[in-house]
Design a protein around this ligand. Structure first.
Ligand SMILES: *[C@@H]1O[C@H](CO)[C@@H](O)[C@H](O)[C@H]1NC(C)=O
Ligand SMILES: *[C@@H]1O[C@H](CO)[C@@H](O)[C@H](O)[C@H]1NC(C)=O
Ligand SMILES: *[C@@H]1O[C@H](CO)[C@@H](O)[C@H](O)[C@H]1NC(C)=O
Ligand SMILES: *[C@@H]1O[C@H](CO)[C@@H](O)[C@H](O)[C@H]1NC(C)=O
Ligand SMILES: *[C@@H]1O[C@H](CO)[C@@H](O)[C@H](O)[C@H]1NC(C)=O
Ligand SMILES: *[C@@H]1O[C@H](CO)[C@@H](O)[C@H](O)[C@H]1NC(C)=O
Ligand SMILES: *[C@@H]1O[C@H](CO)[C@@H](O)[C@H](O)[C@H]1NC(C)=O
Ligand SMILES: *[C@@H]1O[C@H](CO)[C@@H](O)[C@H](O)[C@H]1NC(C)=O
Ligand SMILES: *[C@@H]1O[C@H](CO)[C@@H](O)[C@H](O)[C@H]1NC(C)=O
Ligand SMILES: *[C@@H]1O[C@H](CO)[C@@H](O)[C@H](O)[C@H]1NC(C)=O
Ligand SMILES: *[C@@H]1O[C@H](CO)[C@@H](O)[C@H](O)[C@H]1NC(C)=O
Length: 540
């Protein structure tokens, strides 16, 4: 069904945006951006490669907004393939047309531009944007997206003396089309070639492991001050352990929700996740300190090169950082360790969020569940000659007509409403199969990872309560262990192998998508591989 493809699509969508923008509140300020996506050549790991830049910058520029701002971003596609920009975690309530994922939007063809327009309604926090199609994020195009509190709203900590963004992520010297070709020929992506911090390679902490002359990231600080570090895993498939030598990380936020504040000496950040830490410069300035992002839940002796290293430089520092990196946690073969940190992340229910009233628990624990979905992921398998992951045995195939458009225009046959609510023992297949959920229902989603690797699941355009997580196979009895009071609400959750995680979500929006895989981001899966499922809530 190609009813809305090519130019007619864009006209149709344009019409829609015009309608929506007349509805936005005139009193709220509008911030506008022009984004031009094009290739530039850089050598973050010493190998020249074409990366995706935004306005010539890699990573892209900061979108710095405030709660309730209207955001207008005119995106120009100067790449050689289709493009969609997505803003995960930004709540597109009743406005999934601006999501920038293939399930709802048609892509922007090369040499076209498209203007995204949405409001940062009732939100605060640290997010990032990136191109959602065709594994393009593995070549760049990402950048930070911050939503500041309105001035009248208190934050649950003293105003920091400064604010830094660190985009950390695994990196391949092969570009996204080469990675795609590998998956399509049935091959695994293999070990990444390194980890970049803000688009830069590692500091030369070891002359054998790191070649000379790589640019590296330096964060300049003053002694005694406290800074907010917004750290995002923008990578493709690797969970990272983040740490700053000699310094505590006080966790204060994950993806737009304030957490109970706790110190960590290192913190695991999984693909797609965002965390804010307050870091006090309370060490002596004998030397600089290492900032490290190293591969986690893999055999670290084999994965040594998959380590990003930056420098924390005190203004009165007397020398460069030397010696070995601060040690990574050594508990990867302990099945419980993967869960200790995520279980410790809880919401500070008395802190104000985007509004003056406390974030609260919304009493999610006492709402009756309408539907339960047990979604089991299996290791990627070859289906029709391509390497694809599955959820409940189905690898999602994107329809030609985005699902939301098909739904709106009652285009029949674009997708099937037959996604099973639990795993079935039947052959794996590729299909455009969608969950038939209840509008305004309250759903329980159990993510059961039957893969052998850590996975991230992201829900687009909304967040959910992470009410439980445990080892083994989920059963009805597992409900007894749910945290029904102060679970964190976030948009991306990791699920370790042979672990289940339970998420609650209140549905009231048009549609959301979840997805995961070793390559854990849904939009990637849409086009290429792996799985995705759509949960469609009928409004019309
Ligand atoms: C990506 O890599 C492939 C294979 O090395 C090459 O043919 C292609 O031109 C590259 N694309 C870009 C945009 O650099
Ligand atoms: C972002 O906006 C906030 C609030 O307007 C401002 O305080 C801050 O300096 C801005 N940050 C940058 C990097 O422009
Ligand atoms: C494309 O960009 C131009 C200005 O650069 C703007 O006037 C026009 O509205 C944009 N078109 C779309 C579809 O966003
Ligand atoms: C929770 O937020 C409140 C209100 O801002 C703050 O006073 C308190 O210290 C926070 N508690 C924790 C444990 O983070
Ligand atoms: C550098 O790394 C290599 C390989 O892991 C190791 O054998 C060597 O001891 C390291 N050198 C230093 C100075 O730490
Ligand atoms: C966290 O560690 C810092 C020192 O780095 C300390 O000043 C602070 O009190 C600790 N906060 C909590 C909540 O443990
Ligand atoms: C500075 O800190 C380092 C690391 O904690 C320690 O080894 C060193 O002795 C300290 N130097 C001074 C002058 O306090
Ligand atoms: C990790 O890799 C090293 C080097 O190949 C190997 O000797 C070791 O057995 C591996 N460890 C585990 C637990 O698989
Ligand atoms: C939940 O379901 C129970 C039993 O069906 C019912 O008694 C109760 O009123 C419901 N609670 C809410 C909040 O709807
Ligand atoms: C979806 O669910 C609704 C409500 O349970 C039902 O009426 C409808 O027939 C279902 N649609 C399909 C295609 O199964
Ligand atoms: C996958 O599921 C099967 C049966 O439910 C179980 O025997 C196996 O151990 C599981 N594997 C993993 C890696 O969870």
């Amino acid at each position: 069904m190609a009813l809305f493809q090519s130019s007619s699509t864009s006209l149709f969508l344009l019409f829609h945006i015009a309608l929506l923008s007349t509805l936005s509140l005139a009193a709220d300020p509008t911030i506008t951006f022009d984004f031009k996506l094009s290739y530039i050549t850089v050598s973050p790991l010493g190998v020249p490669q074409k990366v995706i830049a935004v306005n010539g910058q890699f990573p892209g520029p900061l979108v710095n907004g405030t709660t309730n701002n209207n955001v207008v971003i005119n995106v120009r596609n100067d790449l050689d393939e289709n493009l969609l920009m997505t803003w995960p975690g930004i709540q597109m309530r009743r406005n999934s047309w601006q999501d920038g994922v293939l399930g709802t939007n048609c892509p922007i063809p090369p040499n076209w531009n498209w203007t995204y327009s949405f409001q940062l309604k009732d939100q605060i926090g640290s997010f990032f944007y990136y191109p959602s199609l065709n594994l393009q994020r593995a070549s760049g195009g990402f950048g930070p997206f911050v939503i500041n509190n309105r001035e009248v709203i208190q934050i649950p900590f003293a105003q920091p003396d400064g604010d830094f963004v660190l985009l950390i992520g695994d990196w391949y010297t092969r570009n996204h089309s080469a990675l795609r070709a590998d998956l399509d020929s049935g091959k695994d992506l293999g070990m990444p070639d390194g980890v970049l911090i803000n688009g830069k390679g590692p500091y030369r902490y070891n002359t054998t492991l790191v070649p000379d002359g790589l640019p590296y990231e330096t964060i300049n600080v003053d002694p005694g001050k406290t800074y907010r570090f917004r750290v995002h895993n923008v990578g493709t498939s690797t969970s990272l352990n983040f740490r700053i030598q000699g310094h505590n990380l006080l966790l204060v936020e994950t993806e737009g929700h304030y957490t109970v504040q706790q110190n960590f000496s290192s913190f695991d950040i999984h693909v797609g996740q965002s965390c804010s830490f307050l870091v006090t410069m309370d060490q002596n300035a004998t030397s600089d300190y290492y900032i490290v992002a190293s591969a986690r839940f893999v055999n670290e002796s084999l994965w040594q090169k998959v380590t990003g290293v930056g420098i924390l430089h005190y203004s009165n520092s007397k020398g460069s950082a030397t010696g070995p990196l601060p040690e990574a946690p050594s508990d990867i073969y302990n099945q419980w360790s993967a869960m200790n940190q995520p279980k410790a992340i809880r919401q500070n229910t008395t802190a104000s969020g985007a509004r003056p009233n406390p974030q609260g628990s919304f009493h999610y624990g006492s709402i009756n569940v309408t539907d339960t979905y047990i979604l089991r992921s299996l290791p990627p398998s070859t289906i029709d000659g391509k390497l694809r992951a599955t959820l409940n045995g189905i690898s999602f195939v994107n329809p030609d007509t985005p699902i939301r458009l098909a739904d709106l225009n009652q285009v029949k046959g674009s997708y099937k409403l037959d996604f099973p609510s639990e795993p079935l023992n039947r052959p794996l297949r590729r299909d455009t199969s969608v969950i038939n959920a209840t509008y305004k229902g309250f759903i329980e989603v159990i993510l059961q990872n039957n893969d052998t690797k850590m996975q991230s699941f992201h829900m687009n355009g909304y967040s959910f309560f992470v009410a439980g997580m445990d080892w083994g196979i989920w059963s009805e009895n597992s409900r007894g262990s749910y945290n029904k009071w102060d679970s964190i609400s976030r948009c991306t959750i990791e699920v370790g192998f042979s672990i289940w995680t339970m998420c609650y979500r209140i549905c009231g929006m048009l549609m959301f998508l979840c997805c995961g895989k070793t390559i854990s981001v849904l939009e990637i899966s849409c086009t290429l591989f792996l799985f995705i499922f759509y949960l469609l809530i009928h409004l019309l």
